[in-house]
Design a protein around this ligand. Structure first.
Ligand code: ZN
Length: 43
């Protein structure tokens, strides 16, 4: 049996296409960029 930790590890991580940094899962799942890159776009 696969434990939950291994299961989530097997899932593809969400990565920011701008800087390649791992993006934390958020309610706004349509957002691809990390907070830093989003802030840059807003400026
Ligand atoms: Zn980024």
């Amino acid at each position: 049996m696969m434990n939950p930790v291994e299961f989530f590890r097997s899932l593809p991580k969400k990565v920011c296409p701008e800087c390649g940094q791992h993006v934390e899962e958020q309610a706004e799942s349509y957002l691809m960029e990390c907070e830093r890159c989003l802030a840059k776009k807003i400026e």
